[in-house]
Write a protein that binds this ligand. Structure first.
Ligand code: GLY
Ligand code: MN
Ligand code: MN
Length: 430
């Protein structure tokens, strides 16, 4: 996945900050082990090494452990221990030996440092002693160090973006009334793989009609009807690097004026937010600005009423936009997201749905994904209807239940200037 020079540079870059956090503690980062399927079977769930381990080693080595001694200097501070391949693994799985020092030598490595505490990250066996607060603190440091992507990581995301584009092109070629969500998923995912993808970045979402209002909808055998929305949220994976892209189409017909206006509103919110993605920009500010723009647009469309800023302060926007503006992406679909070091959850109700809270920095790869949906669970909830009685033209909102929703999502690389839209080649016309 990464060549030696890339890994060496990465480990040297992160060593000083990790050392400062660890003091004299040792760090062991575990790949984890395959999980057997239930019942008497020799099968396991598909194995993916913990992303902390993949970042440090570029390996998918089950049982591997990378060790870091913050008191050692240079490349000798890091050592990668790997299990010896068994004959059974050679015969049944055709695997080859992972590169590294064989695992029994980890005992010597630890014995030479026997007085020192150990912090375990990645996916350690459950019996390892852990101080949860210390573990969380070190994990936060490593997570923050992983946020700016190096050139080798960005290259993998670019490849994932190209494969994702091929998948969307195939899906569009098959998009017509009469096909099922599942058929579209199959065509799209096959095209990802034909273009060179390792697989999908996450479970592909293809939701038609009312299903477009289910944020993480699993494609079904529902047949697409002419003139309804279909929302597709999917991304290819290359090695372990993924894209996370959403487009919303109208099936086999020109959009109605309302569909066009709704799609246009979401697109404008996305474009406005993208233009604000500069180093130093606070993600929660971008989220709030997007929420105000959505509320304002919904006032214009005759769905909400009041002052947009007030609606957002009262979190009325979450009736239609119930998720965050985006998250970091790359080594997995939620790569190193969360809060900046030292921050706790912002208590403002208007930010309740936002899980990413950090200033953007050069090298980050982030999604921007505004959406507007007509979700029965939210719109039919008596408590919300009472609380937001004066915020919504409820008769109009009720009439839209069943029509789904619109989300548009792209992946950006933050640069010193305007962001680079890595997924810009995937058309957005509804
Ligand atoms: N694909 C899930 C998301 O957009 O975060
Ligand atoms: Mn998505
Ligand atoms: Mn996303």
């Amino acid at each position: 996945m990464f060549d030696h020079a890339v890994l060496e540079a990465r480990l040297q870059r992160i060593a000083p900050a990790l050392s400062a956090a660890l003091g004299d503690s040792l760090l062991l980062v575990h790949a984890g082990l395959p999980v057997p399927l239930p019942e008497n079977t020799d099968q396991t769930y598909p194995f993916l090494a913990h992303s902390e381990y993949v970042y440090l080693t570029g390996l998918e080595c089950a049982g591997g452990i990378v060790a870091f001694d913050p008191l050692a200097s240079g490349s000798s501070a890091w050592q990668s221990f790997v299990p010896e391949l068994t004959e059974s693994e050679r015969i049944w799985e055709g695997r080859s030996q992972c590169p590294g020092t064989l695992l029994p030598h980890l005992t010597d490595w630890l014995q030479q440092r026997s007085s020192r505490p150990v912090v375990h990250l990645g996916a350690p066996p459950a019996d390892r002693p852990a101080d949860p607060a210390r573990l969380a603190a070190i994990r936060e440091v490593l997570k923050h160090l992983r946020r700016p992507k190096d050139a080798a990581e960005v290259a993998l995301v670019r490849r994932a973006a190209a494969c994702t584009g091929a998948g969307y092109a195939a899906l569009r070629a098959h998009l017509r009334p009469g096909v099922t969500e599942r058929a579209l998923q199959i065509e799209m995912e096959a095209a990802f793989c034909r273009a060179g993808a390792t697989g999908t970045g996450y479970g592909s979402i293809v939701g038609s009609g009312p299903n477009a209002a289910v944020l993480h909808f699993d494609p079904s055998h529902r047949i697409l009807q002419q003139g309804e929305f279909v929302l597709v949220d999917a991304g290819a994976r290359v090695d372990r690097y993924v894209c996370d892209v959403t487009r919303t189409y109208v099936v086999g017909a020109a959009p109605t004026p309302f569909q066009r206006d709704l799609h246009q509103l979401v697109l404008e919110v996305e474009e406005t937010a993208i233009a604000r993605c500069r180093p130093g920009a606070e993600w929660k500010d971008l989220h709030l600005q997007a929420a105000v723009q959505i509320a304002s647009g919904l006032i214009h469309l005759g769905l909400m009423r009041g002052r947009a800023e007030d609606l957002v302060e009262r979190e009325a926007h979450t009736l239609f936009f119930p998720h965050g503006l985006g998250h970091l992406v790359g080594l997995g679909v939620r790569d190193a997201s969360g809060t900046a070091p030292g921050r706790t959850k912002d208590p403002r109700p208007s930010l309740r749905t936002l899980r990413t809270d950090l200033p953007l920095a050069e090298g980050y790869v982030i999604t921007v994904e505004p959406g507007i949906y007509f979700i029965p669970t939210l719109l039919e909830d008596p408590a919300r209807r009472e609380r937001f009685a004066d915020c919504v033209h409820w008769d109009r909102a009720d009439a839209l239940i069943g029509t789904g929703g619109v989300r548009i999502e792209d992946n950006l690389l933050i640069t010193s200037g305007a962001p680079e839209i890595l997924t810009a080649a995937i058309p957005k016309t509804p």
